[in-house]
Design a binder for this molecule. Structure first.
Ligand code: G3H
Ligand code: 13P
Ligand code: ZN
Length: 284
């Protein structure tokens, strides 16, 4: 199958009350793990590339690997730019074959975020490419801020309504208490805020920083309207743990495949688990 945009995947997820997993890739083994997991669970899936992934692997390698994976796969796959930083970067990804992009204007004022998002939508929607935007600031677990400082960065429901009216964006990432990376404690999500946002906007909602969020909280967020869930850190943890085990058990190992093969299997296993939590298994 050719790569698809996120729109058809998210529309079905929203209607049937599950979420599509959006998994970050950084190399061939992780692309293969995401596709193997999606096929084993018969689930639609989003493969996404972060700024770090683009720097590490390059846009062309990511696009080529993912296109081949999608062509061979029996499930629908979207290739999505994660936290796109500029109009130029978005266009470069689209020219290379990405079927979906995120333009992260969350560091700008509301009006500037709207203007940047609209500029992207105007350019890529005619090409059938879907667009995700971010409102509120999600940030990282390593950010040195207090709980109340983080809460001040949460998405404001009234602003979300204004943003969606002004952009008609395809998917909206919101800040309700999650953060990127490994949590120190257990993250506490502001479900009430999520519901308030859902009541004001019908756009598919995206949860970032979802690694380390308890399964029950993920299910609750999905029941309240989240239909795309982003996972990166859990894949890194599983991948590196398995690779490390191989090396620790055989200090003389020199074959990268002996290390990367089990790492790929471990990544597949965690992605399959997440797909089941999101309820997207059997939905391809
Ligand atoms: O956006 C969140 C990613 O998990 C961070 O990725 O370190 O690959 O840029 P990166
Ligand atoms: P985690 O690494 O915390 O799972 O976050 C992933 C993410 O939000 C990518 O955009
Ligand atoms: Zn993110």
């Amino acid at each position: 199958m050719a790569l698809v945009s996120m729109n058809e995947l998210l529309a079905k997820a929203q209607k049937e009350h599950y979420a599509v997993g959006a998994f970050n890739c950084n190399n061939m083994e992780i692309v293969q793990a995401i596709v193997a997991a999606a096929e084993a669970e018969n689930a639609p899936v989003i493969i996404q590339a972060s700024q770090g992934a683009i720097k590490y692997a390059g846009i062309e390698y990511i696009t080529t690997l993912t296109k081949i994976a999608a062509e061979k796969a029996s499930v629908p796959i979207a290739l999505h730019l994660d936290h796109g930083t500029s109009f130029a970067q978005v266009m470069q990804c689209v020219r290379n074959g990405f079927s979906s992009v995120m333009i992260d204007g969350s560091k700008h004022s509301l009006e500037d975020n709207i203007a940047l998002t609209n500029k992207v939508i105007e350019a890529v929607r005619p090409l059938g490419v879907s667009v995700e935007a971010e409102l509120g600031k999600i940030g990282g677990t390593e950010d040195d801020i207090t709980v109340s400082e983080r809460e001040a960065l949460f998405t404001d429901p009234a602003e979300a309504e204004r943003f969606v009216q002004a952009t008609q964006v395809d998917a909206l990432a919101i800040a309700i208490g999650t953060a990127h990376g490994q949590y120190k404690g257990v993250p506490k999500l502001d479900f009430e805020r999520l519901t308030q946002i859902r009541e004001r906007v019908s756009t598919p909602i995206v949860l970032h920083g979802s690694s380390g969020v308890p399964d029950e909280a993920l299910r609750e967020a999905i029941s309240r309207g989240v239909c795309k869930v982003n996972i990166d850190t859990n894949i890194r943890e599983a991948f590196v743990k398995a690779a490390r085990l191989v090396l620790e058990e055989n200090l003389k190992e020199i074959d990268p495949r002996k290390m990367l093969g089990p790492a790929r299997e471990a990544a597949t296993a965690i992605i399959r688990e997440k797909i089941r939590v999101f309820g997207s298994n059997g939905k391809a």
